[in-house]
Design a protein around this ligand. Sequence first.
Ligand code: NI
Ligand code: MN
Length: 229
Amino acid sequence: MQILFHGHACFSIFTENNTHLLIDPFFSGNRLAQITADEISPAVILLTHGHWDHIGDTVQIAQRTGCLVICVPEIVTYLKNKGIRNCHGMNIGGGYQFDFGYVKMTPALHSSGLEENGQVIYMGNPAGFLLQIDGKTIYHAGDTGLSHEMTLLGTANRIDLALLPIGGNFTLDPKDAMLAARALHARHVIPMHYNTFPVIEQNENFFSNQLLNYGIPCTVLQPEESFTL
Ligand code: NI
Ligand code: MN
């Protein structure tokens, strides 16, 4: 399975039978993005929450490709109002067996709203994803602070790869992301959600080296670089 980083919290996962899953597609307005939203045609989009830097180009990509969108029910309603019909609503703690693998929504300590025409639209609870695909377990934390739920997730699952925010200000910073990685008993970590905006600038290589000191391998990906799991 290939994990391709697009910058920020956006990743493509290519399963062994070549299903393309896209998480939090944020290309337009993302200064780290190396490709545009019309260059990508996933089979499935997974959304952690409704903030603009996560829902991103979802409407445009889903309209063009007809891909399935997996998200909380409030975002399903938002997308249906935009003419997007192929949605699967789920909520925190719930899991569902899709043909490409098992998806479970996990808690995230954050918020979720989208500003349109000067109003904030309520987008439900923010979440993360636990994905069981091709015999491996991947955890995409979404935007979150440190939480005790991570200890539970790490006890109940063998997490082969954790995608963790390290930018701080809105989410975990490097120090808390290290605590998160240890709570999760993560076998491997890829940092995300840093350097996109001035307030979330971090030294990702320092984070990676510190994590190695705890015996947890960490791979820093540049946008459009991929990792084989
Ligand atoms: Ni957010
Ligand atoms: Mn964010």
